[in-house]
Design a protein around this ligand. Structure first.
Ligand code: FE2
Length: 614
């Protein structure tokens, strides 16, 4: 007999519950940003200075010319980039990759070093990822760099991901606290979401500095680095499919930095990623890198949320001090939701749709990109600079934001990102609150430009309220997008402008995701170490398609556990969603009455009729 269970899938959170309306209104008082103060005892060694020191490429001994290495292993293909300091005339222009086998070093590949960018990338097929390997990159001049290619952690129940972004150059010192903490927390994957460099015309030197700062944790685990606006020398970036920008703010769309510079940055930061889904360059030969990476059963889509995005200038009327900043409170939010404005672009939407259907060896789907799909900040740069809307955010164009979120939820994907220098956990809504997925924007590693979440209006009733934070709950962002703020970490006097990093734990057994947010200069090995107020949060994988159903399909009972279930609407042939269920039974929810095709581990049943809901 069909089971007739129809209800919204509840959001499960580790902390809190609903606050009453009275409490909600009381919290609408002016912000007390000291709410976010980090225990001062947790901050033993902040850097003394905030002044930008000159960026220099240090002279290194010739046996130290290899600065750092980055790698990924995906579907048994190893890609490893080695980054060198400048070579001298007469020095060899080759590098070799070796692995340790039975006590000796076996050479796998020798590659030419690119004359531009002083790097090379090894690509080795049929990589044995069932065990870890010691690797060594060596230069004929005597330099050697060693690390560990980890085995694919398929046997681990919990996969841990470090979520980092925005490494400001007002402190060029080492990142000792983050290194020590991440060594202890031992993530299976590191994700740097962008702005690894803020030195707009010196990416190569800044990239070497990034390598000196983080190489020690990068060398022994797979790492994703993707460039954001500052990496390619822009204050903001609306890539507009690679066209030429003619303005120093980039607001007319495209890149004003030379194509060679942009491609060199992308080569340095992304050539160790799995091969691109479709390597066809965009305009003027600017390369692309969007792809996917499976680590331990967590399948990451790596996308470029700036590359196709339209610039606002000329598309929407200027309603503030800059083409991208709107501070007219009367502006019509829909007036800028113009159809010609792109966000992810057709190519990446197509990729996401295809990626979301492939669940071979996959337990969780997660999207990695630069920025959250919302305009989730009110104060920009200073506490007296309130903006209504920021078109640099991925909240604009709204239809592009909705299209992206619809693809994410189609496979119950979490979204990890950075960019904002304001850590947030947001449950997104397209048509209704929480009907799409959850995003976690990391705090900045070091912050030169603070942003604050500080709404003046009270939250709308309903939805999750974080008991530790005054401004959580349901809001419209500056562009009218529905967002439920679950946690945020505002800059405050004692938290070094809200700096830190995120950590994400995917539990493959429980299908829960725990989001942690760690301030700088905390020793996580100490029992008194505290995360930012409002964290940690634990959510279910299934919260990432939080839409309320209007009907269900008959319960699926599977012989084998955790099959992949795909629901296709027969009215229009559209895939409603694909997910690896937990256990052997599952009652699919649907959002329209009608007939559906149901696939369970590829076995197809057509003409399955929906059962009306509540
Ligand atoms: Fe940034």
């Amino acid at each position: 007999m069909p089971t007739l269970t129809v209800h919204a899938w509840p959001l499960r959170v580790a902390v809190g519950g609903l606050l009453g309306l009275t409490t909600l209104l009381a919290y609408a008082a002016p912000a007390d940003t000291t709410e976010q103060v980090v225990n001062a005892e947790q901050s033993p060694k902040p850097p003394a200075k905030q002044k930008r020191e000159p960026l220099v490429i240090p002279k290194v001994d010739r046996d130290k010319v290899i600065c750092f290495c980055l790698y990924t292993v995906h579907h048994k293909i190893l890609k490893l980039s080695a980054q060198l300091y400048p070579l001298l005339e007469g020095e060899a222009r080759t590098l070799s990759l070796e692995v340790e086998r039975e006590g000796g070093w076996e050479k796998l590949q020798t590659k030419e070093i690119h004359p531009v960018g002083w790097m090379t990338t090894f690509r080795i097929e049929n990589w044995d990822d069932t065990r870890s390997w010691n690797y060594r990159v060596s230069h004929p001049g005597g330099a050697k760099y060693t690390g560990i290619i980890r085995k694919n952690p398929l046997d681990k129940d919990v996969i841990v991901v470090g979520n980092l972004s925005c490494n400001s150059n007002t402190d060029r010192g080492p990142r000792t606290d983050i290194i020590a903490n991440l060594k202890h927390q031992d993530p299976d994957l590191l994700f740097f979401a962008g702005d690894q460099s803020y030195d707009h015309k010196q990416h190569y030197a800044a990239w070497l500095l990034f390598g000196r700062q983080f190489g020690e944790i990068i060398k022994d685990r797979p790492t994703v680095t993707i460039p954001d606006d500052h990496d390619v020398g822009h204050p903001n970036l609306w890539g507009a499919a690679g066209k030429q920008s003619f303005r120093s703010d980039g607001a007319d769309g495209g890149y004003f930095m030379p194509v060679e510079y942009v491609n060199e940055v992308q080569q340095a930061q992304t050539s160790h990623l799995p091969d691109p889904f479709d390597p066809t360059p965009v305009l003027r030969g600017i390369s692309v890198y969007y792809t996917s990476l499976n680590v331990g059963g967590i399948d990451f889509a790596i996308i470029e949320d700036r590359k196709w995005k339209s610039g606002p200038l000329g598309i929407v009327p200027k309603m503030g001090p800059r083409p991208d900043h709107i501070n007219d409170p009367k502006f019509d939010r829909q007036s800028i939701n113009v159809p010609e404005a792109e966000l992810l672009g057709e190519r990446q939407l197509k990729f996401l749709r295809q990626w979301g259907q492939n669940w071979d060896g996959v337990t969780f789907k997660t999207v990695l990109s630069q920025s959250p799909f919302a305009n989730a900040a009110h104060l920009h740069g200073a506490e007296n600079n309130r903006l209504i809307a920021d078109l640099d955010s991925n909240g604009w164009p709204q239809h592009g934001r909705d299209a992206a979120l619809r693809e994410f939820r189609r496979c119950f994907a979490l979204h990890l990102c950075g960019d904002q220098h304001l850590a947030t956990v947001i449950h997104h809504g397209v048509n209704d609150w929480e009907d799409a997925g959850i995003s976690f924007a990391s705090p900045s590693i070091w912050n030169l430009y603070g942003r604050w979440w500080h709404p003046l209006d009270p939250a709308f009733p309903g939805g999750y309220r974080n008991p530790a934070l005054p401004f959580s709950g349901r809001y419209l962002d500056g562009l009218g997008n529905k967002i439920t703020m679950m946690a945020y970490a505002n800059p405050a006097p004692d938290n070094h402008k809200a700096t830190g990093y995120g950590l994400v734990r995917f539990n493959k057994k429980s299908r829960e995701i725990t989001l942690e947010c760690w301030p700088r200069f905390v020793d996580v090995t100490k029992p008194e170490a505290k995360q930012y107020t409002g964290w940690p949060l634990t959510v279910s994988q299934f919260d990432n398609y939080g839409r309320k159903p209007i009907a269900t399909l008959p319960q699926i009972v599977s012989e084998s556990p955790d099959p992949v279930v795909q629901i296709i609407d027969e009215q229009n042939g559209e895939i409603v969603y694909t997910v690896r269920i937990k256990g052997t039974t599952f009652t699919p929810k649907v959002f329209r009455a009608g007939s559906y095709t149901v696939r369970v581990d590829g076995r197809e049943t057509k003409n399955v009729q929906s059962i009306p809901g509540e």
